[in-house]
Design a protein around this ligand. Structure first.
Ligand SMILES: [Zn+2]
Length: 199
């Protein structure tokens, strides 16, 4: 299955519009989810999605991927109908957020964390309420330009500001105390310390 590396054909009908009416916004959201629910995408595409997806619509995308038996993280093309699937868990159990409950949603713990880290950075406003949709892709003021992927942090090419990353990790642990962000923070600190020693 080829990876999605451009959203241009989906975005083309809306080119030049700085604002979408609700009907257009719903259509575009639907098309983006449909495109990505059965494919992996590259990092640039995932970042660009931040301009269009809210936390809620991202969760819808993750759910659709799981229904299609794909790892919930859009950068991943792992598929296993025996393991990745929608599970009806009773409300009490899901509230307890049992350890490893991500196991039937993501291929691994890392992708669960990557997905939560990405979601943390998405806006809460609906697409039809967003303006400046006509900014060129990756314009410095566009939402996608400030997205940091967890994948990039643990990749030596990452050029993100350590303070921004720390803030995101702390916010993640507040919004989901079960996420085990402590070891992410530790790992990240080790990387920063190592880089400082090299300088
Ligand atoms: Zn995965």
């Amino acid at each position: 299955m080829p990876s999605v590396n451009t959203l241009d054909p989906i975005l083309a009908p809306y080119e030049g519009k700085d604002l979408l009416i609700p009907k257009e916004a719903n259509m575009l959201t639907y098309q983006l989810i449909e495109r990505l629910m059965e494919h992996s995408c590259d990092k640039a595409t995932l970042k660009l999605l931040a301009r269009y997806l809210s936390k809620q619509s991202y969760e819808e995308l993750v759910t659709e991927r799981i229904i299609n038996h794909y790892c919930g993280y859009p950068l991943c093309d792992f598929r296993d109908p025996g393991r990745i699937k929608e599970m009806q868990i009773n409300k009490l159990v899901s509230k307890l957020k049992l350890p490893r409950s991500y196991n039937h949603k993501y291929c691994c713990k890392k992708h669960y964390q990557c997905s939560e880290f990405y979601k943390q950075q998405l806006g809460t406003d609906a697409l039809f309420a967003r303006t400046k949709l006509d900014l060129p892709q990756f314009h410095p003021k566009a939402p996608e330009s400030s997205i940091i992927l967890l994948d990039d942090i643990f990749d030596p090419e990452g050029k993100a500001n350590p303070d921004d990353i720390m803030l995101l990790l702390r916010e993640m642990s507040i919004s989901d105390p079960h996420l085990e962000t402590d070891n992410l923070i530790d790992q990240f600190n080790n990387i920063v310390i190592r880089e400082k020693n090299i300088e």
